[in-house]
Each structure stands twice: as C-alpha cells, then as structure tokens.
Design a protein around this ligand. Sequence first.
Ligand code: KG4
Ligand code: ZN
Length: 356
Amino acid sequence: MPSQIPPRKTAPAHHIRQSHGSVLGLETSCDETAAAILDTQGRVLSNIISSQHDVHRPFGGVVPELASRSHIQTIEAVTRSALDHARLQWPDIGSIAVTQGPGLAGALLVGLSYAKGLAYALRIPLVGVSHLEGHIASAWMDDPSFPTTCAVLVVSGGHTHLYRTSLDGHYHLLGRTWDDAAGEAFDKGAQMLGLDHPGGPALDRLAQSGDPHRIRFPRSYVNRAGLDFSFSGLKTSLLYYLQDRKGHATAPEQADIAAGYQEAIVEVLVNRAFQAVHESGVTALAVVGGVSANSRLRALLAERAAAEGIQLSLPALDYCTDNAAMIAAAGRMALMRGRVTPLDCEAISDLELPVC
Ligand code: KG4
Ligand code: ZN
C-alpha cells in the first residue's frame, strides 16, 4: 500500500523559534542533489542543482547506492552554495523544507537527515513535503497569479498522474499510468536507440531533426473514456520495430524513429491533459515534472491551449526537472497552512499525495 504523510504533529514548541525569514529547500530523492532558498515573498534567491548524471551514465540508469553516496558527498557544498548565491547567512533561514518521499529510500534519507540536523541546530521548523507537491508547486513559481483551481499533469521519471487541484492541500486524482511513467518510456526508448543516459533529453534532441509523422507508433489510451495512461506496449512496439530493422537504421532514419516514438507519447499526454481540463470543468492546465521540459510536448501544449483558450502553465526549464526551489515553494505553502513536521519523521519511499 502506498503511504501518505502521517497526520501532522506540532514539533516541541520550546525547541523552535518563531518561523520567519527565508525558506531553505533540500531535494535528494533521486539523482540530483539540490538546495534552494526562497525569500519571505516566495521569490527564488538561489537554486543550486548538482546532477549525478556522470556517475550513473556508465550504468545506463540510476544506481541507488551510488546516488546515496553522491548525495552525502555533495549536499553540504550545494547548501553552502545556495546560501552564498542568495547572499545570506544561517540566521537568515527561518524554516527548512525537505523532500520526504517518494523516491529512493537511501537517497531520501541523506536529505532528510541533513535537514533534521540543520533544523535542530538552528531551532527552526522543518516541513517534509512530497516530491509531487514540489513539482506541482513549480507551476506557480513564475506566475503566482495562475489559477489555483486547475488540472495538473505530473509527468516525470516515476509518475504520469493527472490531478484536479485547488492548491489548498487537496488533490483529486483523475487518472494515472497503469504501468510505465512517460519519463520511463522516454528513457527506455532512448536506451533502445543507443542514446546516452539521461535518455529523455537525448531523445528530444535527436527527434528535432526527424519527421514525427513518417513512422507511426501505436497510441495507447487503455480505457478511452477514462483518463489513465499506459506506455509499456509502445516500448514493445519500438523494440520489435528495431529488431525488424536489425540495427541497420541510418542516421536520418534514427531521427525519424525517435520523432515518431516521441510523438506517440506526447500526443497521448496532450489529448489526456485537455480531456481532463474539459471533464473537470476548469479553464487552466499546468504540466509539470521532468518530461514537461520536452520541446515537442511544450510546443503542442501551447498550440492547443491557444486554440482552445485554456490558460497554460509550463515551468521554466530549470524548474521542470528535479530542483529544490519547487520543494521550498511547496514547503512554504505548507508552513503557511500551519504544517510542521516533527524531527522523528521518516523518509517514505512510496509516499503518495493526499488525494480525495
Ligand atoms: O522530474 P524528474 O527530473 O525526476 C523524477 O521525478 O522522476 O524527471 C526525470 C524524467 C526522466 O525520465 C527524463 O528522461 C525526463 O524526465 N526528461 C525528459 C526531458 N527532460 C527530462 N523527457 C523528455 N524530453 C526531455 N527534454
Ligand atoms: Zn521529479
């Protein structure tokens, strides 16, 4: 059973100073060590990301043990750098927001333990947030006036979920993938095409010189009336296509294959997202998570939103893939609603959003 953040207990009052000042966000759920600082108005003062791509590239994917080790080696310098870039000192930090889950257990533990240590030493509140809450918060980072009631598509390496949100801490789940996440489909497809880790951005780049319509891969809508997704069949069809070509695709063909494969993912994401907008009676759509950095997805979403008069929020590229500014933003909102997480909290690798 996936877990949810347990009911909040207030941390011992004698231990905590009144929450004020800037929010330090920390994110270590997967393969980015990140620290960011937001000021009292929610403006990003610094956003530092140390990527582990070079560590994992030889293995073609993220190796959990290496991820944890790398977070331990990096987190202090990354946090120090976030303070320096914001031109702040420790006493300027009023609270700490940290990713509590979901993610790799060992990787989460590094960030959470570090955050607990800082909160204890500085006597400031700690708030554990869901990584998904963070991605969703990124939709308001550049435009705080974006409607709070909207449809949200979270598309990342681990999630392809559609929600209706009102930003009051409640999310209504509209649909989700039955098997692979869209990011996983990108990464596995890229691997089959012989592209380097991380596969999503590499496939995006290759597809830019290809024809998205020459090779048609299947679009999967599982149950057409619903809002769920499935990408495992698409992966298999790419595998069979490449086996038939017996590895003899020329460079232009490779680009067409990448573009056709990407189109099959992106078309389904766009159609489902707009279906969610219409069915839930909202007029705004936010698309967040690593895959929202995809150039073809961004172009098709913008085109369709303009044609249908729907307000669209796509985070700036720095806030699409994992970062700590989004964690600080989600933490700041949670703190404003009075949420504080006790220092004996645990990392929850299968943490789910509180859905209703
Ligand atoms: O949100 P994220 O950084 O980490 C998770 O929470 O999983 O998302 C990472 C995923 C990876 O699967 C990566 O390949 C994909 O996002 N991704 C992309 C692009 N940039 C990142 N997929 C397609 N096109 C991109 N430009
Ligand atoms: Zn993420």
